[in-house]
Design a protein around this ligand. Structure first.
Ligand SMILES: Nc1ncnc2c1ncn2[C@@H]1O[C@H](COP(=O)(O)OP(=O)(O)O)[C@@H](O)[C@H]1O
Ligand SMILES: [Mg+2]
Length: 245
């Protein structure tokens, strides 16, 4: 899952000690807000993930502390990664927020799909995966929260079996209403379903029961059909999939 080609601003090399207690293993990813490293805690040898926030994207540590509080609020949701701590470190003289969480052993959903034959999932695995994502997102919405940036590279697959073991990372805070953001999550979940089924190339060939869910990706139609993520869950539980065999 590592992206060693990613350009790093912090440039923390393997073996470097962070916060007096973490040894850097590798850079996992770098995005708009900061960089995520795999680390090992000294004394306990526990593997963790730390997200270091770029200071210019995190004035007053607002972005990082909001993220930490949101993760903590969602700690009972099994699909959300476990939050451990938020602290401010000095890196080359600058104060940097460091958010520590569990390290999730698995594969990004996007990479997982790319490794499949024809770079897509079959109908039944896709429906099962959708159902697992829906259950996870529902647990976030029932806490009154939202994810805010759902796509195939913010979902890690831990286990692909009869049931999926998933974790969602990289939650966001946006200024507008939580209701609008929950709506956006519903639309994004359906977009993920469309993507894992092979996207535009396959859409025409899908059975009506799947097209009914995807609604041609039309936002208004999706939200008319599924007013909440729970509507979508109930639909998945009750619907007749026989045209998909
Ligand atoms: N807790 C974690 N366990 C394992 N890998 C992680 C964890 N958090 C992030 N990653 C990896 O780091 C990458 C970047 O993390 P993310 O939080 O999505 O930040 P961004 O997308 O803003 O760079 C992810 O795509 C994933 O590969
Ligand atoms: Mg991300």
């Amino acid at each position: 899952m590592s992206k060693n080609t990613t350009i790093s601003e912090f440039k923390l090399v393997p073996g470097k000690i962070l916060a007096n207690r973490f040894s850097i293993v590798e850079l996992l990813g770098a995005g708009y807000e900061g960089e995520v490293y795999k680390v090992v805690e000294s004394h306990t040898n526990k593997v963790r993930a730390v997200k270091l926030f770029y200071p210019h994207r995190n004035p007053g540590f607002k972005v990082s502390s909001r993220y930490a509080k949101k993760l903590d609020k969602l700690r009972s949701s099994p699909i959300v990664m476990d939050y451990l701590s938020h602290e401010v470190l000095r890196i080359r003289g600058e104060k940097i927020a460091c958010l520590t969480s569990e390290f999730i052993q698995g594969q990004l959903l996007g990479e997982f799909i790319n490794k499949q034959r024809s770079k897509r999932l079959g109908i039944f695995p896709a429906i099962h995966l959708l159902y697992s994502i829906v259950l996870g997102v529902e647990s976030i919405h029932l806490e009154g929260e939202y994810h805010g940036d759902l796509h195939v590279d913010n979902i890690i697959i831990k286990r692909f079996g009869l049931e999926f073991d998933l974790k969602i990372i990289d939650l966001h805070h946006w200024g507008d209403s939580k209701q609008d953001n929950r709506d956006e999550d519903v639309v994004k979940v359906i977009r993920i379903f469309y993507d894992i089924l092979g996207g535009q190339k396959q859409y025409r060939k899908l059975p009506p029961s799947l097209k009914f869910i995807i609604c041609g990706l039309k936002r208004t139609l999706i939200l008319q059909r599924f007013r909440t993520i729970s509507d979508l869950r109930i639909h998945l539980e009750l619907m007749d999939w026989s045209d998909a065999i």
